[in-house]
Design a binder for this molecule. Structure first.
Ligand code: DGY
Length: 324
């Protein structure tokens, strides 16, 4: 049987590209050219090879116009991500194109980055590192760069899903009390003692640090706005490793300036890779470039999961194991 044509939008880890090239007539992107942000270019390339599958990633522009223009040969969009906000799922459904993603395998790594940001924000590690690198450290001082400890503090997890639950496990190791807010209370084996708040108000008022793990759906756009920031305890910490669109940057910047938010740790940004310039002038924000899943083991596992989805649909005519 001829290998099914596969469009690969980004440069993926070596083992993933090798497997893709072994099992598919794969059009790779070894130099990671950034055409994947251009819907017309995705259409052109998919049409040129009569792609049956597209191995894509977060940031690829698979909007309604792109999906409408894909050739009829396309059966599956397999995204190397758990998030699917870059894909117009309705448009894909309307065209009978399946969509699959890579859940679970990145939960721990993403929680590690959330916890890294939480620690860096609490202990002012970003500011401190910048000071040392700038050659401005004059020696130990009893009052220099005093942060706050996490021990005994209340961590509020917005979205106690797979990533949120890994974060909760890490927080328990730091003797934090875990709170969460979500539409439904989870069963005790998933809660692991975390305290559920059915109301946003009681959740925001109870916590010392907020870690955001909600998807970038339209309904979550700018969830963290001025009104909700005002309901946090003064001096709370905010961490976001979910999607940048869930935070209203101008409101968070104002809260960081006023001290209503002591410090923030961000891995994702509204409109990334563009970042609201207001953050750059603030010492009390730590910023990473969307590194949540960027661990070698995790990225390999994501790639294999994305290829497992493609294999099921394109090689065996079955449903993908991780459908969206
Ligand atoms: C995801 O999987 O959605 C991440 O944001 C990319 O690692």
């Amino acid at each position: 049987m001829a290998k099914p044509p596969l469009l690969v939008t980004r440069h993926f880890p070596e083992a993933i590209e090798a497997r893709a090239a072994r099992d598919y007539a794969a059009a790779l992107n070894p130099t990671d050219e950034l055409w994947s942000g251009d819907a017309a270019e995705i259409i052109r390339r998919a049409t040129a090879i009569s792609a049956q599958g597209i191995l894509c990633a977060a940031g690829d522009r698979l909007d309604a116009a792109c999906i409408a223009g894909l050739p009829p040969s396309v059966k599956l969009l397999s995204t190397f991500s758990v998030g699917t906000d870059h894909i117009d799922l309705e448009a894909a459904r309307a065209r009978g194109i399946q969509v699959a993603n890579t859940p679970d395998v990145l939960s721990f790594a993403t929680a590690e980055i959330a916890f890294t940001l939480l620690l860096m924000a609490a202990r002012r590690a970003g500011e401190a590192e910048r000071m040392v690198r700038a050659g401005q450290w004059r020696g130990w001082s009893p009052t220099q760069l005093i942060g706050v400890t996490l021990e005994g503090k209340k961590l509020g997890i917005l979205g106690l899903g797979r990533i949120g639950r890994e974060m909760a496990g890490m927080a328990r190791g730091f003797r934090m009390e875990v709170h969460y807010h979500g539409r439904r209370r989870l069963p005790p084996e998933l809660e692991q003692g975390a305290i559920w708040h059915d109301s946003e108000d009681s959740f925001l008022a109870a916590i010392d640090a907020l870690s955001m793990h909600i998807p970038g759906d339209a309904g979550n756009r700018h969830w963290l706005n001025a009104a909700r920031l005002a309901r946090l305890k003064p001096g709370a910490i905010v961490v976001n490793t979910g999607r940048g669109s869930t935070v209203e940057d101008a409101a968070l910047i104002a809260a960081l300036r006023s001290g209503q938010v002591r410090a923030a740790g961000l891995d994702v940004y509204d409109g990334e890779p563009m970042i609201n310039p207001g953050y750059f002038a603030l010492e009390n924000v730590v910023m990473l470039p969307h590194l949540g899943s960027a661990a070698a083991e995790t990225r390999d596992a994501m790639g294999h999961r994305a290829l497992d989805n493609l294999d099921a649909v394109l090689l065996r005519g079955e449903a993908p194991p991780f459908p969206v």
